[in-house]
Design a protein around this ligand. Structure first.
Ligand code: PLP
Ligand code: ZN
Length: 443
């Protein structure tokens, strides 16, 4: 196989390319976002059938022996970051997550077939690992070869991004700086980066204030920017689309529903399915549903208004805290995804998302609030007939609900404001008396 290559280019089409090892985050000509361009002519020299066979062989239990790291991302390495050598790869065995057949939930909600892609079962408990393994590996390679010299890799974040960056930085032995808004971060959100030894700086500002500071640090060349405007993250995240197709025996579902905030993940799905189609692994694209929390719904508003212009909103507090984003950085990428995948945008209220989580949990899933947003939106589309009963639907679960224990408890103790809790379930205090226990067994 000839060596495939990839480079950065302007998302709006300005001429010119930049090496992936360059610290560049926006087009120097027009200030647009960047994307990673792959040399498809080289990749096309391998047939679709050959790619399928190669990817399947690498997902086998013995793939470790074949010299490819056992990772959902790096088993697809020619499509992701083809020029990164083995010794620079920083992996935790991310990806290769289950496609859970949610049979009881499907029956309850009227779906013919419903799967949940369990991206939260990966190393740090969210899909952010998939992008971070690529970003940290590229930085590692660039530092080793002298192409890049920075004091640290840095991000502004309150949750899953900082957890993933801190873990991969620690795995690589590279310094990580996390900028958090002081006093707005829960213990659960704080503990992962602290445990991994990241420098956690708590600034007297909000998330946007942290973002402004980290962008200035990156501009001065002091840190490498790991927030999702960096398209390296999208390259790793697009393997979710490839895994879904692979797990369905190289077919695509009719719909993919994904909870979205900054919109990088929606863009990644589009990139992955498009590449799989162009290189002959699948014959069509699924339809896309971008699922938003009603408290943070700028894409939904643009979709309903029928415009490509996303007007920023002030995002309100929501249980789905990772998608509390009022001004999504990847909105232009998501608009392209909606066009290319005949997509729709739907929203879920706090009550709807909490109900979706509770119902899903009753069928054996354990849904985090973001997955709850996606399930609630899928349900609304099904109820309106936009999704037909005969269609095959995949909901992308973006995080492990084990990160959201307080929220689960608050539901079951009926302590969430404005959220009805018909499925609340609390412990029954009883004396240690067999007869009393028998009366309380239920069933
Ligand atoms: C980051 C995140 C999202 C949103 O992803 P975007 O790419 O910003 O749209 C959704 N769910 C969880 C759990 C996340 O951590
Ligand atoms: Zn440009």
């Amino acid at each position: 196989m000839p060596q495939p290559t990839a480079s950065f280019r302007c998302f709006s089409g300005c001429p010119g390319t930049f090496p992936l090892t360059q610290a560049i985050y926006r087009c120097p000509t027009c200030d647009s976002l960047l994307e990673v361009a792959h040399d498809l002519d080289v990749l096309r020299k391998t047939s679709g059938a050959e790619w399928r066979a190669l990817f399947d062989a690498r997902w086998a239990p013995v793939s470790n022996a074949a010299g490819t790291p056992p990772s959902g991302v790096w088993t697809k390495r020619e499509w992701v970051a083809p020029e990164i050598p083995d010794e620079a790869i920083v992996t935790t065995g991310e990806g290769m997550t289950p496609l859970y057949p949610a049979r009881r939930l499907a029956t309850e909600l009227g779906f013919g077939e419903l799967f949940v892609k369990q991206c939260g079962t990966t190393h740090t408990g969210s899909f952010k690992d998939l992008g971070m393994t690529v970003l940290v590996s590229v930085v590692n390679h660039a530092m080793r070869t002298g192409a890049l010299s920075v004091r640290a890799i840095a991000c502004a974040s309150t949750g899953d991004t900082s957890a993933a960056l801190a873990a991969y930085g620690a795995a690589a032995g590279l310094p990580v700086v996390v900028l958090l808004p002081r006093g707005m971060v829960s213990v659960a959100q704080l503990v992962q980066p602290l445990a991994h030894g990241a420098k956690v700086l708590a600034l007297e500002t909000d998330f946007d204030g942290c973002m402004a500071v980290v962008r200035e640090l990156a501009k001065r060349g002091l840190v490498y920017l790991a927030n999702s405007m960096n398209p390296l993250r999208i390259e790793g995240q697009k393997t979710v689309a490839l895994e879904i197709a692979q797990q369905l025996a190289w077919t695509v579902p009719d719909w993919v529903v994904i909870p979205s905030g900054n919109m990088g993940n929606a863009a990644a799905l589009f990139a992955g399915f498009t590449m799989a189609k162009e290189l002959g692994l699948v014959d069509r694209l699924p339809r896309l549903c971008i699922a938003q929390a009603a408290k943070a719904n700028p894409m939904y508003r643009a979709f309903i208004a029928g415009t490509d212009e996303v007007t920023p909103v002030v995002a309100e507090p929501t249980q789905a805290s990772a998608i509390r984003i009022g001004n999504p950085v990847s909105a232009p990428r998501a608009m392209a995804a909606l066009r290319g995948m005949n997509g729709v945008v739907e929203e879920a209220t706090e009550a709807e998302l909490a109900d979706a989580c509770a119902r899903a949990d009753r069928t054996g899933l354990y849904a985090d609030p973001h997955t709850g947003v996606a399930i609630a939106c899928a349900r609304k589309l099904r109820d309106r007939g936009v999704i037909a009963a005969s269609e095959r639907v995949v909901v992308v679960s973006t995080a492990s609900a084990l990160k959201f224990t307080e929220l689960k408890l608050a539901y079951h103790e009926s302590k969430l404001p404005d959220v009805p809790t018909p499925l609340a379930n609390v412990p029954v205090p009883l004396p240690p008396d067999v007869d009393v226990v028998v009366k309380n067994l239920g069933g």
